[in-house]
Design a protein around this ligand. Structure first.
Ligand code: NDP
Ligand code: GDR
Length: 328
């Protein structure tokens, strides 16, 4: 039985990845941080077969302990402070977790492997935020990185450190440069879920409007369930490498609003949308569009869910969730 350790198992991607690996017959271990983390029970209920271990990416000794217990063949490092807006206000903490945390888990993994570095394969959750002020459209594995937030800078550090462990120690280490991916499990702080939830509540008469920041930014949005499959495929290759995972399509926040309101039967969406500088960022990433050719050719990966289908899935899920709340 192949054994996998997932950091960030309580997050959106961690849950989908744990489900995928379990369906493939893996024994799955997950790292959960903090004392009495309320998400511990949530994961346990959803995935009772997953073994949860406590530890923190900022604490190398906890990572060493967890690796020794889990004895993984594959390590997926998904843990991070992942909300870009938050990273300006908590830049040092973001650096400790999202940047230095990668070094901690890489080093703990190297020491766990001992004299046989081929014993373990490593995945790092890199991000399209590393492209920031984009230097090329669409973005590929070769595009110059120009991060625009403390989060983006931290991810660049983790990305190059992963490459460095591959080149220095021969570790099978891969970095997935994943563009935005969403789902009904997306945290409500991110724009797609903020919109899908608010649209559902507006349609049900539970809320009057939604307040957002920049409506012009463009993102290449895919479905999280598709993207965790790409992570797994990377670790099944003979060598570690870097891959862009994206749909190759980009849409603005305005388009997101238009489609989301339409799913809920509302055409005059502008009447329900307000803007507030509070949600604007000190530096914006204006246009992200990925070129997933390498992932398609080498991993045989293609996205299965398009933009409109994704928004529909999220709005319908929130309509069901909010209707259930109304009935309580
Ligand atoms: P989430 O924010 O949903 O999940 C982040 C996870 O990291 C949570 O499980 C969180 O735990 C955990 N975590 C936070 N701090 C620590 C810490 N100090 N030690 C251990 N674990 C910690 O992110 P996603 O699932 O959306 O993303 C997964 C990864 O992929 C992240 O690294 C993200 O930066 C990256 N990424 C995401 C993209 C996306 O569009 N979703 C695109 C590109 C990259 P807790 O629940 O306790 O807070
Ligand atoms: P992003 O996702 O920063 O791309 O990072 P987010 O959904 O937070 O923002 C996307 C775009 O929407 C604009 N926006 C708003 N965003 C939020 N959250 N709230 C608002 O009210 C709002 N109004 C407009 C933002 O300015 C931005 O342009 C996500 C995270 O998952 C990262 O961890 C990951 O690395 C990247 O995607 C790829």
């Amino acid at each position: 039985m192949t054994r996998a350790l997932i950091t960030g198992i309580t997050g959106q991607d961690g849950l989908y990845l744990a489900e995928l690996l379990h369906s493939k017959g893996y024994e799955v271990f997950g790292l959960v941080r903090g004392q009495n983390n309320p998400k511990f029970d949530m994961v346990q209920q959803l995935l009772p077969e997953v073994k949860l271990l406590t530890g923190d990416l900022t604490d190398v000794s906890s990572l060493t302990r967890v690796l020794n217990i889990a004895q993984p063949d594959e390590v997926y490092n998904l843990g991070a402070i992942s909300f870009v807006a938050y990273s300006w206000e908590n830049a040092s903490l973001t650096t400790d977790v999202t940047a230095k945390g990668v070094l901690n888990i890489l080093e703990a993994t190297r020491l766990y492997a001992g004299n046989d570095i081929s014993k373990v394969r490593f995945y790092q959750a890199s991000s399209s935020e590393m492209y920031g002020k984009v230097q090329q459209v669409p973005q590929t594995e070769e595009t110059l990185l120009w991060p625009r937030s403390p989060y983006g800078v931290a991810k660049v550090y983790g990305h190059y450190m992963t490459i460095n462990y591959r080149e220095s120690y021969g570790m099978h280490a891969s970095s997935g440069i994943l563009f935005n991916h969403e789902s009904p499990r997306r945290g409500p702080e991110f724009v797609t879920r903020k919109v899908s939830r608010a649209v559902a509540r507006i349609a049900l008469g539970m809320q009057d409007d939604i307040t957002l920041g920049n409506l012009d930014a463009k993102r290449d949005w895919g479905f999280a369930g598709d993207y965790v499959d790409a992570m797994w495929r990377m670790l099944q290759q003979p060598e570690g490498d870097d891959y862009v995972v994206a749909t190759g399509e980009t849409h603005s926040i305005e388009e997101l609003l238009q489609v989301a309101f339409r799913v809920a039967g509302i055409e005059n969406w502008r009447d329900y949308v307000k803007q507030d500088p509070r949600f604007m960022r000190p530096a914006e990433v204006d246009l992200l569009i990925g070129d997933p050719t390498k992932a398609q050719e080498k991993l045989g990966w293609t996205p299965t869910v398009g933009f409109e289908q994704l928004v529909e899935m999220m709005v319908n899920s929130d309509l069901a969730e909010q209707s259930a709340l109304l009935k309580k």
